[in-house]
Design a protein around this ligand. Structure first.
Ligand code: NAP
Ligand code: ZN
Length: 347
């Protein structure tokens, strides 16, 4: 077993603190990864603050992991010492159910094992990327292509795949009008990916403060949702809207922006339920859908797509001493566009 430095939440309200955690001994199919960078996802905050139900404290979060293979088990054949690799939100699944058979491990019918907040096969709680090392079964370790630096690769493992998967599934591409609500960690990847897929992309942000960035990332249009005219001007416009917002929105307002047969996909996961009027869906045969991260094959496809199109996250790299401040800034929508922890500062 390996004892390694980490940052943990001890309860729902106090700041995270330095600690140590134990990583399991390498099994024959396990990979030991020296984590170089860990992205800060809003889900880390929802989880550690028990906004999605009570967390099991102490908890070490982080599911946007980029690093280098430091050791491999005897039967490992997919990864080698020194390889640049990533781990996202999943570290295992049943591998047998209909979802797993299709590479949709995120929808494992028997319950997948999350990178943090789950119970691992060894019966111990899983602990995430705010640490220096992690041991993961080789099948849940992704290859980071040449050409994407590790710091800007880390956020692809959650933010990247969470937007790639719905954009891919609902066929964002030439001739499609796509809107992304919220220009945060997920949203800024969504704009880049939808643009690279060939769609006409609109950002719906609370204000115009980040308009220049949004257009630079590939948006064709940018609107402030604080301006009521936005909702009249854009009524009936979009084939696909992806909502990345971490707080409750009035979904009826946004469903009004869909074209006939359009789909609004919820990827944001706010603490509280969001009501919807049936009429908002009926008037235009509209769909309200959800999408959760992506499976392992699609995550690799996304990484390769990003490399091919020169896409990566826009990051602010921070030391461990800035994690709590960064969390406050994420909650205040003051992130441009992903905080990434340099894990060498944890020890
Ligand atoms: P983030 O970086 O905080 O981005 C969220 C953005 O939403 C903000 O930057 C802001 O953009 C907008 N926003 C925040 N509060 C708002 C409010 N009160 N009203 C309107 N807009 C608001 O968060 P993230 O890491 O991208 O995650 C976003 C959400 O997705 C979280 O709930 C997270 O848990 C969830 N998530 C889901 C999945 C999945 O698999 N479905 C995966 C990862 C994360 P503007 O300033 O541009 O308005
Ligand atoms: Zn995440």
């Amino acid at each position: 077993m390996l004892t390694v430095p980490a940052y943990a939440a001890k309860n729902a309200t106090d700041p995270l603190e330095p600690t140590t955690i134990v990583r399991r001994d390498l099994g024959p199919r396990d990979v030991l990864i020296e984590i170089k960078y860990a992205g800060i996802c809003h889900s880390d905050i929802h989880t550690a603050r028990s906004e999605w139900g009570p967390a099991n404290y102490p908890i070490v979060v982080g599911h946007e992991i980029a690093g280098v293979v430091a050791e491999v088990g005897a039967e490992v054949d997919k990864h080698a010492l020194g390889d640049r690799v990533g781990v996202g939100c999943l570290v295992d699944s049943c591998r047998e159910c209909a979802s797993c058979q299709q590479g949709l491990e995120q929808y494992c019918l028997n319950g997948n094992i999350g990178t943090y907040g789950s119970t691992g096969r060894d019966g111990e709680p899983t602990a995430g990327g705010y640490s220096t090392h992690i041991v993961v079964d080789q099948d849940f370790v992704l290859r980071i292509p040449e050409g994407i630096e590790l710091d800007v690769a880390a956020p692809l493992l959650c933010a990247g795949i969470t937007l790639y998967s719905p954009l891919n599934h609902w066929n964002a591409g030439p001739g499609k009008k796509v809107a992304i609500i919220g220009l945060g960690g997920l949203g800024h990847m969504g704009v880049q990916i939808a643009h690279a897929m060939g769609a006409e992309v609109t950002v719906l942000s609370q204000s115009l403060k980040k308009q220049e960035d949004g257009l630079r990332l590939g948006a064709d249009h940018y609107h402030a949702t604080s301006d009521p005219d936005t909702f009249t001007e854009l009524a009936g416009t979009f084939d696909l809207i992806v909502n990345t917002v971490s707080a409750n929105l009035d979904l009826d307002d946004y469903l009004g922006l869909l074209a006939v047969d359009g789909t609004l996909v919820e990827v944001g996961a706010p603490e509280h339920p969001m009501p919807v009027m049936a009429f908002s869906l009926m008037g235009g045969r509209k769909s309200l859908a959800g999408s959760g991260i992506g499976g392992i094959p699609e995550t690799q496809e996304m990484l390769d797509f990003c490399a091919e199109h020169g896409l990566a996250a826009v990051v602010e790299v921070i030391g461990a001493d800035k994690i709590n401040e960064a969390w406050d800034r994420v909650v205040g929508s003051d992130v441009r566009y992903r905080f990434v922890i340099d894990t060498s500062t944890l020890s």
